[in-house]
Design a protein around this ligand. Sequence first.
Ligand code: MRU
Length: 356
Amino acid sequence: MKIEGKEYRTIWFENNIVKIIDQTKLPHQFVIKDLKRVKDAINAIKVMEVRGAPLIGATAAYGLVLAIIENNDQSFLKKTSEELINSRPTAINLKWAVDRMMKKLSRVNSNEILKIALNEAKEICEEDVKFCENIGISGVKIIEEIYNKKKGTVNILTHCNAGWLATINWGTATSPIYHAHKKGIPVHVWVDETRPRNQGANLTSYELNEEEVPNTIIADNTGGILMQRGEVDMCIVGTDRTLSTGDVANKIGTYLKALAAYDNNVPFYVALPSSTIDWDIKDFKDIPIEERNSEELSHVEGLDENNNVKKVLIYPKKSKTMNLAFDITPAKYISGLITEKGICEASEEGLGKLFK
Ligand code: MRU
């Protein structure tokens, strides 16, 4: 997708270096960062220079490529694969990508291993682009149906950033929106600010602006009244881990939006590539929920009057904070899952029909 009219992907490989867009600098600065060693890739995931389930999976895959360039030794590869998996706990794509790479790399000879690793990391990215595009092709039908009934702008609420910046291209939740926009269907996006890191305001609104998709940032608590007023036609969000039961882990606050949508008969869709499905865990209480640094709550970053980026404390110095990064939306509140293979019910049966 575009930034200042130029096409980008979120990650690419050039001259033995992994290139990423540093998302901690957006929206005020556009910085392409070099990852030269596997520890840079692990750090980029931890501090969220890259974030979003599919993108952290792809970064981990390229991290293993960097590990091989650094030290072509199986025990180093094994150790770094574990560090990569542990760099963030909730998004299953991380483990999915590392397991896929390690399976491919087991029992290959050391002369070939770099070439095979690089091909597989590229393949993971190409597949994600295709899957996200397919999500858009399926999801746009829902938007089109609403438009045909309403004959007016379709208002879509989204939470966090499940946009192209969270994937390689297209995004998951945003892909149907970009497809609708490209088809000339009038859409407008309500962008949840998404405290504490503001991925909605800083990333979703930024990327929608760059693609000229009309959008409005709202405080996280605004969605409820907009739904009561009939100003939200549908919600689409992404997910970090979807269970085979159809229960969905996503950015903290997603659950409350789903409850409000359910109470107001607003369709609530979750968009995901199959790399986000956890086929093993059956009970959502077993999903590891990331708890992040309290500074994400107590401090905010922005531009000062001289256009310099500045971080300031906004809470009482003595106050305690608690920062859970994800919550679970039970399947009963989800109207459907939009996947690369089509749309299904959020249930074992629904997912089973598409993927087994
Ligand atoms: O903590 P983040 O910014 O990595 O959280 C991202 C989300 O919750 C996204 O909605 C999810 O990863 C889906 S990305 C297509």
